[in-house]
Design a protein. Structure first.
Length: 379
């Protein structure tokens, strides 16, 4: 387009020059003037057309830039949104995967390094929701949690239906409540402790959970054993009965105070030794037929403490994982076995208590016991 404009201007100059050169020739001058005017008109028209055409092209270009295609813009936005979503979801997915990965013993904080023979299967530090989510996959606390969780359900579903709530004997009603508290409390405390022991708080919070577990065990050892103690001295004079119950309660409270400040598992176990020896003394009286109690409950009374002692010994010695370290990390280690044995011990306590409460509900039990004792003395 620029070349055409230059040619036109050159022709204009030539024509005008010719008019000046042939100044004397009128015809040639008029013809050249006419031709000059025509060329100027064509130049003006071409210039106007070029300007309009350029403005149209520029206008279309700006319109396209101002209003890009909608479909391309939407696709670009969708791609950006997908990239942002993937960038946002990727850390969350990695975090969940990281949480689900189990740790080794050396990776855990010092207050969670209990047993060096259990080398793997530890949960990392978690939030409350993540601890609850650990109920649905396997780790080295799964057996401990599940055994006590099922024990809670079993005791709550069976004990209230079996206890003699409708009795007119106030003592039997009070002892029924003692048995319910003693049979359920250890499982609740231990369930909460084992489920949230790796909560992402400090060691102080962990020790609070440990104390909750100890309180549950103490309630089982104290309140749970009171029905057996009361049944054993049921037929003795009231003075002996009150003295026996008072001494046992005193030893139980002393053991609780010591257990709350114990620094090692062995110290905590020894804190429950005085009430245990008190129960052994009362059981010895029962074996010789002194005091009272249901004869059918004697076997269960022996089993409840014998199984508990065996379980505590296995847990303290850390066998069998001590013999094969790293092979029993998820199940069948000493703590798992202790939990199962403790559940069996409480089941024996439950069976013995039901028989003793039924025996005490009969007003003539002590009279029959005295008659049998008199006949034995006569023989």
């Amino acid at each position: 387009m620029k070349l055409r404009m230059d040619d036109i201007h050159e022709r204009e100059d030539d024509a005008c020059g010719m008019t000046e050169f042939f100044d004397n020739d009128v015809d040639i001058s008029s013809k050249n003037s006419a031709k000059c005017g025509q060329l100027h008109g064509k130049s003006t028209l071409i210039t106007t057309w070029n300007t309009a055409h350029s403005e149209k092209i520029n206008g279309d270009h700006h319109a396209e830039a101002a209003n890009p295609p909608l479909q391309d813009t939407r696709n670009a936005n969708l791609l950006c949104q997908d990239d942002d979503q993937r960038m946002h979801e990727e850390p969350l997915r990695l975090e969940k995967t990281k949480i689900r990965l189990l740790r080794r013993w050396s990776d855990m904080p010092q207050h969670l390094q209990f047993n060096p023979h259990i080398r793997t299967g530890y949960r990392p530090l978690m939030t409350v929701c993540q601890c609850l989510g650990s109920l649905f996959y396997i780790h080295n606390e799964t057996v401990n949690i599940m055994t006590h969780g099922f024990a809670i359900l079993y005791m709550l579903l069976t004990i209230p239906q079996l206890l003699p709530w409708d009795t007119k004997n106030i003592l039997v009603a009070v002892l029924s409540w003692c048995h319910l508290i003693g049979a359920v409390s250890p499982w609740i405390g231990s369930f909460v402790y084992h489920l949230f022991m790796n909560l992402n708080y400090d060691e102080v919070f962990y020790k609070s959970l440990l104390k909750l577990d100890m309180i549950g065990i103490w309630l089982c050892q104290s309140f749970g054993a009171i029905p057996m103690m009361a049944a054993t001295v049921h037929c003795l004079p009231d003075t002996y009965w009150y003295c026996c119950i008072f001494i046992y309660c005193f030893l139980s409270i002393w053991g609780l105070l010591k257990a709350m400040n114990a620094r090692s598992p062995w110290e905590r176990r020894l804190c429950f030794a005085p009430p245990f020896f008190m129960r052994m003394l009362v059981m010895t009286l029962r074996c010789f037929g002194i005091g009272g109690g249901s004869p059918d409950a004697l076997l269960h009374i022996v089993l409840q403490d014998l199984i508990s002692v065996v379980g505590a010994t296995i847990g303290a010695l850390r066998i069998p994982e001590k013999w094969i370290p790293g092979k029993l990390d998820l199940m069948l280690n000493s703590h798992n076995l202790m939990h199962v044995l403790v559940v069996l011990a409480v089941c024996s306590m439950h069976a013995a208590t039901l028989k003793d409460l039924a025996w005490m509900s009969n007003p003539s039990t002590c009279n029959r016991a005295n008659i049998v004792q008199l006949k034995h003395d006569e023989l």
